[in-house]
Design a protein around this ligand. Structure first.
Ligand code: BGC
Length: 908
């Protein structure tokens, strides 16, 4: 194994040992470390964990500079009282010398199904001072043994016959609890979508539960704390059951792909105060009835007839003798716990403008291309049928542009019950839209008739970026809206047309951007299981996952099965994700090897999308295939090394070298020119380390020359675009990177911003002033892939990069060039908040930096010598917690410990 790989992540640590401090290390009056943000398997107080050795994490906070954790103690207890009393009857680590705060694998007593685990942690700082205990946190184990599911799958029909209704049936059951309730947990799932109610109250706040999986392989169940919703005596449980991904329309023509009709499963587990337990599960005693949700489908929309509402359908006392008995269904699909944040309602948008297009036909502009549903508020006579249509854009005449929805009808209907104000929103569909057209009302609807309800997988937002150019701020907003709208249960390509699939290529080009914008660790933990589920026996990953297309993975699409686990490891230091997926990653590389000649990917490249939606350049598909073969192989070698599988690491590193050799021999001339001479060529070759050192500057020059020849414009599609700006910057062409980033003429990132875009467009030329809308069959206005430049805003412009996996060691090196006068960024890493804020006035620069406790950072300041720099107004030799490392061509490099620093200098 090349020593380079062994050492690349720790070079920085070595560097700090070989230099001397220029300033005193004093830390003033030490405040102790406080442990916060306790999480289990990335989630806050999760209920229903199937992982028998879950991982714990926290962050440490302090007002003190240059602080480290030197030891921690974790207590895990079976009861809150034990935890309070300091009794870790499940696990007591004692004082353990360690600076780790993330990915701590539970090592206590074996955990049983339903086990409640209460935990807390405290840390010792670098002076050995003991911090206070954290606030208590908890997790609860799920149902670990399939035999513990005594409930049966139920359905309003039998899966062998056609669905009795395309709508969402009501299901219900009354039951009696014979004593006061101590605690109750409801476990529920569906082949389809469900909304569950207890005694007239909706349980939980999940939307579109359960998340999409390949239902032939697994289905996720959710657990809810429902103690407060139950009472001694008579109770009622009810559910609405939708088609969703299981039996409705899914992307690219799939209908009833997984099954004909949805099914529901619920198990309510009650512990009485007297210690007895009771279990109420779905079974043949449940009844069903048609509900007002007359039809429901992701692509078609939802129809609701409020006249069909059944009052108290989910309450005790309903006279349900007219309801039909449900059918029970034998399903063998394994049930696995929810492992990520669910889809939830995230935010609401009020309309910005309303236009009466033709009499009785009103168009509401929400001002933002969004994903979700509309909450409708109307008053009309009973039986009035209100029609809602959706679009991302308007035609020149102001009508809705819906051609790009292809076969997704995207129409909702609401039939009023009459008698006053009525409020409704669809439950089991969603749309991608900015404009909503309402028709069918006898009177003009008010401004409050429409509210946009935005839904998304509820990942915690971790990144904020702003700078002196409002166009770039809009670009960042568009990127974040794209992520929000397309991270719906799985990472999708688009939310509006008849597609909405887990396209692998899109996911892998965007993942690095995604990890800055939000905590997507749990989201990818779940989806990468779907990716492995979709792998063929021969080792090919699929183009989409959950795998509904059955296609062999295309270069750059299939490779997501390797790139995504690696990216999650990089962002969160998550070795387990590598462990779990390494076998599938290796199988993919072996598949690629089998389907190559002389290590050139000259055949069997599936649907072969090439540098998809490139503009004005064509990159050889064979070359892309070979480059990605090399890259995936290299990442497999690195993953093996991280996991101490040295022999395999050496084997795949050698294979990577051999592919590189074949690549250079076939496609690269001795002066560094690559076949085709496209921007995508050079971006890949430089990013994937395919070129010998001496050819790198030459290749970078060809790349820059092409951009200049195109008048400062890019020409890459999905495949090359995410690498372009980082590669230019890392190869001494940061001015050109800035030129591309700030370009606003066609084609460029800011071109769509200039046209008023509020999300990232699928195509560079989705709409142009000369030609109007392009290629309606492939013209989404909410596709995140081309927004993969978002990574560069954080890692380049703001200069926040991981120097070791999980940002335990940080590199701060903002790229400051003409065109921007300031930039501010905040990123909540798994180790805590990292922030930079720079401002220049001519040559004068100020740079503020926040480094979280228990991490270190190297900070590059673009000055000619340390003497030209101050920190908090003091010369650097008097700055606390700052160590001069070296002088680089780009500036002075310092090592800083945690804290807030304010540097000032005259720039080089
Ligand atoms: C999707 C893309 C996807 C592609 C494959 C499209 O229909 O919307 O984003 O990656 O197919 O070329």
């Amino acid at each position: 194994m090349q020593p380079f790989y062994r050492w690349r992540f720790i070079l920085f640590s070595l560097a700090i040992c070989s230099v001397t401090w220029v300033g005193p290390v004093g830390r003033g009056l030490a405040a102790t470390l406080q442990c916060e943000n306790l999480r289990c398997e990335y989630l806050k107080d999760p209920l229903g964990i199937d992982e028998t050795k879950p991982r714990l994490s926290w962050i440490v906070t302090t007002s003190d500079r240059d602080q480290m954790q030197t030891a921690y103690q974790i207590l895990v207890a079976t009861t809150e009282a034990n935890l309070r009393a300091g009794v870790g009857d499940l696990w007591d680590t004692g004082k353990l010398a360690s600076d780790e705060t993330t990915q701590i694998v539970y090592g206590g007593q074996a955990l049983a199904s339903r086990e409640s685990c209460f935990w807390k942690v405290r840390s010792w700082d670098r002076d050995g001072k003991e911090g206070k205990w954290s606030a208590p946190a908890r997790w609860q184990m799920g149902l670990l043994d399939p035999g513990e599911w005594t409930a049966r799958w139920i359905s309003a029909t039998n899966s062998a016959s056609p669905p009795s209704t395309a709508g969402a049936p009501y299901l219900r059951k009354s039951f009696t609890l014979t004593a006061p309730v101590q605690r109750a947990v409801l476990y529920a799932s569906a082949l389809g979508l469900y909304e569950v109610h207890l005694n007239g109250h909706r349980v939980g706040d999940h939307i579109l539960a359960p998340d999409w999986t390949d239902y032939r392989k697994r289905v996720r169940y959710q657990a809810y704390e429902v103690t407060d919703l139950l009472k001694r005596g008579d109770n009622a449980i009810g559910a609405l059951l939708g088609n969703g991904w299981y039996s409705g329309h899914i992307g690219n023509g799939g209908y009833q792909f997984f099954g004909k009709a949805p099914a529901f499963l619920a198990q309510l587990e009650v512990t009485y105060k007297d210690g007895r337990t009771e279990r109420i599960g779905t079974d043949a005693s449940w009844k069903f009835q048609a509900s007002p949700v007359v039809s429901s489908d992701f692509m078609a929309g939802e129809d609701y007839d409020a006249r069909l509402e059944i009052k108290h359908w989910d309450e005790v006392g309903l006279f349900d003798s007219g309801w039909s008995p449900v059918a029970t269904r034998e399903e063998v699909v394994p049930l696995e716990a929810q492992v990520m944040e669910p889809v939830r309602e995230i935010v609401e948008l009020a309309p910005k403008a309303i236009t009466e297009l033709t009499p009785g036909n009103w168009v509401y502009d929400l001002g933002q291309n969004m994903v979700g549903v509309v909450r409708l508020k109307v008053a009309a006579p009973a039986g009035t049928k209100v029609t809602l249509r959706y679009a991302e854009m308007l035609n020149p005449d102001g009508t809705l542009y819906t051609t790009n929805l292809r076969k997704a009808l995207s129409v909702d209907h609401y039939v009023t019950r009459g008698g006053g104000v009525e409020i409704w929103q669809p439950r089991f569909t969603f749309h991608g839209f900015r404009y909503v057209e309402i028709s069918g009302l006898p009177k003009p609807p008010g401004t409050d008739a429409v509210t946009g309800v935005v839904i998304s997988t509820d990942t915690t937002r971790t990144g904020e970026f702003t700078c002196s150019d409002p166009r770039i701020n809009q670009l960042q907003s568009n990127i974040q809206w794209g992520q929000r709208g397309n991270y719906i249960s799985v990472p999708t390509d688009c939310p509006q047309r008849d597609e909405r699939l887990g396209w692998m290529g899109d996911a892998q080009v965007f993942i690095r951007t995604a990890t800055y914008n939000a905590d997507v660790a749990a989201f990818f933990t779940k989806w990468l299981v779907d990716v492995d589920d979709g792998q063929s026996a021969e080792g090919s990953f699929s183009d989409v996952n959950p795998n509904t297309m059955g296609r062999n993975g295309v270069p750059a699409w299939g490779d997501a099965g390797v790139i995504c686990p690696w990216s999650i490891y990089q962002a969160y230091g998550d070795k387990r994700i590598l462990e779990k997926h390494l076998p599938a990653m290796i199988k993919w590389v072996e598949y690629l090897r089998q389907h190559s000649d002389g290590l050139i990917r000259d055949r069997d490249r599936g649907n072969d999308y090439g540098d998809w939606l490139a503009i004005g350049s064509i990159t050889s598909k064979e070359l892309i295939g070979t480059a990605y073969f090399a890259y995936s192989t290299h990442l497999v070698a690195l993953a093996c090394q991280v996991l101490d599988r040295t022999a395999e690491a050496a084997k795949y590193y050698q294979l990577f070298q051999d592919i590189r050799t074949a690549f250079v021999k076939k496609y690269v001339t001795s002066d560094g020119r690559i076949e085709g001479n496209t921007q995508c060529d050079y971006a890949m070759a430089l990013k994937f380390e395919l070129l010998p050192d001496e050819l790198k500057p030459k290749a970078a020059q060809f790349l820059e020359d092409d951009i200049v020849a195109k008048g400062g414009h890019l020409s890459t599609g999905f495949v090359g675009v995410s690498y372009l700006l980082p590669v230019l910057t890392q190869n001494g062409k940061a001015d050109t990177a800035y030129r591309l980033l700030l370009q606003d003429t066609f084609p460029s990132w800011l071109f769509s911003v200039k046209q008023g875009a509020t999300t990232i467009w699928e195509r560079w030329d989705g709409w142009t002033p000369d030609k109007g809308f392009q290629s309606p069959s492939m013209n989404s206005f909410n596709h995140y892939s081309l927004g993969s430049c978002g990574e560069y805003l954080f890692s380049g412009v703001a200069g926040i990069r991981a120097a070791s996996p999980g940002f335990k060691e940080i590199m701060i090196d903002p790229v400051i060039r003409d065109g921007l006068t300031w930039a501010n960024a905040r990123f909540d890493s798994i180790h805590g908040e990292i922030a930079t804020s720079w401002k220049r006035d001519g040559r004068n620069l100020t740079l503020k930096v926040v480094v979280p406790p228990n991490t270190t950072a190297s900070v590059t300041i673009p000055a000619g010598s340390p003497a030209a720099i101050t920190e908090s107004g003091k010369p650097m030799d008097r700055a606390r917690g700052v160590l001069f490392l070296r002088q680089d061509p780009d500036g002075c490099v310092f090592r800083v410990g945690s804290g807030t620093y304010s540097f000032a200098c005259s720039m080089n």
